[in-house]
Write a protein that binds this ligand. Structure first.
Ligand code: ADP
Ligand code: MG
Length: 252
């Protein structure tokens, strides 16, 4: 199994980065060789795994043709391999839009890594601009983290339409692996209802595991480690390890 999976949602703050980290670290704990690539200029995934300097980042690979193997590191907070994101990615649209085959730049750049990992995860910025499009094109599957809010429901449909257009337009094969409800707050009466609507609309695509808001999860990020390390018996750690199990099962 050598598989590439993107975490996609054009909305910010929905749990993409947190899910990326915990699927990556969780899969590594299940004996997979995992590389996580942080495609966000904010570098949140890199920060949440304890990195304090971000360069050299995936920017060097995309802009300067640096071999990705030269920028891979082991972050302080995890045993996975990581390529950091950095502020240089802010200009990706401008810097890369004139390049030939601009939607396939990441696919080509990752060529030297072929079959070096069981799994490559791509944490995307909150947009559907050139970098996330490159991520979709480079992926076998994508996972969509969502917040269970009414206003988010419609956004998911249009996000899935856009990914379909990207796939058809560019002719790649990335498939939806699943929609994951992240940061559910069951104190809000609407939460259960919204999850029900999601399951009606998207059926099996919605992961069984629902990730609830759990303060241990956000705390862990500030300590630069996954919640499995920070608070192994917390509900957050349990939820993310259940999600990892489901994720690995879907990939089989
Ligand atoms: N299950 C959770 N419980 C508590 N806080 C969470 C949870 N998931 C994410 N967060 C926090 O919410 C914020 C946004 O999450 P993040 O994963 O960075 O979203 P995105 O990458 O989609 O912008 C972060 O501060 C993160 O620590
Ligand atoms: Mg993020």
């Amino acid at each position: 199994m050598s598989v590439t999976v993107s975490l996609i949602n054009n909305k910010g703050g929905v749990g993409k980065t947190t899910t990326a980290i915990h699927l990556a670290d969780g899969s590594q704990r299940e004996d997979n060789d995992v590389l996580l690539i942080d495609l966000d200029a904010q570098g949140s995934a890199s920060l949440a795994l304890g990195c304090d300097s971000m360069e050299p980042s995936i920017g060097a690979v995309l802009y300067d043709d640096v071999d990705p193997r030269e920028v891979i590191r082991t972050p302080p907070g995890s045993e996975i391999d990581l390529i950091t994101g950095a502020s240089s990615l802010k200009n990706a649209d401008i810097r890369l839009s004139q390049e030939y085959g601009r939607e396939q730049l990441l696919t080509d750049a990752l060529d030297p890594l072929e079959d070096q990992y069981d799994m490559i995860l791509l944490d995307c910025p909150p947009s559907l601009s050139l970098l996330p499009v490159n991520a979709i094109v480079a992926s076998d599957y994508f996972v969509v983290p969502v917040e269970p809010e009414y206003l988010a429901l419609e956004g998911i449909g249009s996000l899935l339409d856009t990914t379909r257009e990207i796939r058809e337009g560019i002719g790649t094969a990335a498939e939806l692996l699943g929609i994951v409800v992240a940061q559910a707050d069951f104190r809000a009466n609407s939460t259960g209802q919204i999850i029900e609507i999601l399951r009606e609309e998207h059926g099996e695509a919605v992961f069984d595991t629902v990730i609830r808001g759990n303060v241990r999860v956000s705390e862990a990020a500030s300590y630069g480690v996954p919640v499995y390390e920070h608070a192994p018996s917390s509900t957050g750690a349990k939820a993310y390890s259940d999600l990892t199990e489901e994720f690995l099962h879907r990939l089989q």
